[in-house]
Design a protein around this ligand. Structure first.
Ligand code: C5P
Length: 333
């Protein structure tokens, strides 16, 4: 830790956080605030976001954001970026602590720059933006509190205001998520799972996918279509304890798959291609449009990736393994 003493304020802090796949995503009814109750099994994937926060002397507030994507994605560099909003949230918590008399390492208004290196494709369904927010939270917290005094529970509780997946990206590993995804219980798992994550150039809006599900459920209530819902998470949790990709494949499920496919019918083709390529199972990841393709092992994943990208136009695919870790500081100067 060159240049930083135990209680000294850092100049630069770098943190990492990871994308995720929902192995099971059960959606309940809409609440009055428009959000839906979820029962979901999250698992983090080794697609990594790296966020570096640097102190800018003699300035106040956020002094800019840069983003560099390994996939050449166009990333917003203004206050709409979730990492920017995450830094503002942590400043707000610091301001509240200062108002209550806490001694902070820096003023909550300290000048800060944010630099992001994205390893999660900007594709929807893998929580890349939420991982940026999670990494930004743990990095920027070090500017206000020494590591051992970071109010981690308070930050976890507040993180959900940035997005329903941010608390999980902070935690990482594998977890059962309830509420809107923020009430998390870690799950013990065995083994490493190998995936091909197939992205689609055409995006899908998360609120629109949830709304479509509500419409489909209304039609089901009127008897105009079957009301198909994923089961309880017990079987997924059991499969995860076995470490067998084959057992896990049989238990994957997503209530948002039907509305996502209905809004973007070419996803049906991608799911079909994955099956033809010999995948164990393919499902829409989160609210899509990314499709998560589970494979036997790494070699199999490489073959499946080649087969899918060779057969389909407009799709891009990356290899990933799960689980991965939560947000953590990796360097400090
Ligand atoms: O929290 P996040 O920004 O990911 O959510 C985007 C939108 O997705 C919400 O505004 C809401 O319409 C929908 N959503 C939902 N129920 C959830 C999570 C998200 O209805 N549990």
């Amino acid at each position: 830790m060159p240049g930083a003493s135990q209680h000294g304020a850092p100049v630069t802090v770098t943190a990492e956080a990871y994308g995720k796949v929902n192995l099971l995503l059960g959606v309940g009814d809409a609440r009055t605030d428009g959000y839906h109750e979820l029962t979901t099994v999250f698992q983090s994937m080794d697609l990594r976001e790296t966020v570096t926060i640097t102190r800018v002397e003699s300035k106040t507030g956020i002094q800019g954001l840069t983003a560099d994507s390994v996939f050449d994605d166009h990333v917003p560099t203004d206050s709409t970026n979730l990492a920017w909003r995450a830094v503002e949230l942590v400043r707000e918590v610091a301001r509240e602590h200062a108002a209550q008399g806490a001694q902070l390492r820096n003023s909550p208004d300290v000048g800060l720059r944010i630099d992001i290196r994205k390893g999660v494709p900007m594709a929807g369904g893998m929580a890349g933006g939420s991982a940026d927010a999670a990494a930004a939270i743990v990095a920027v917290a070090e500017f206000f509190w020494p590591s051992e005094f970071v109010p981690i529970e308070e930050l976890h509780a507040r993180a959900v205001t940035l997005g329903a997946d941010v608390p999980f990206c902070l935690l990482g590993g594998t977890a059962l998520g309830t509420g809107i995804g923020e009430d998390l219980s870690p799950i013990l798992t065995r083994g490493t799972y190998h995936w091909v994550m197939v992205t689609n150039k055409k995006g899908l809006s998360t609120p629109t996918v949830f709304k479509k599900l509500d419409e489909q459920r209304q039609l089901a209530a009127e008897g105009q279509r079957p009301d198909v819902r994923v089961g309880d998470p017990g079987q997924v949790i059991k499969a995860l304890r076995s470490g067998s990709a084959e057992l896990l494949a049989a238990q994957l499920g997503n209530d948002l798959q039907a509305p996502a496919v209905s809004l973007l019918p070419e996803l049906r083709e991608t799911l079909g291609l994955a099956h033809q390529a010999g995948a164990l199972r393919a499902i829409v990841s989160g609210s899509g449009p990314t499709v998560a393709v589970l494979c036997h092992d790494e070699e199999h994943a490489v073959e499946v990736l080649a087969s899918i990208t060779g057969a389909a136009r407009g799709v891009r695919a990356v290899l990933a393994t799960s689980p991965a870790s939560g947000a953590r500081v990796v360097a400090r100067t």
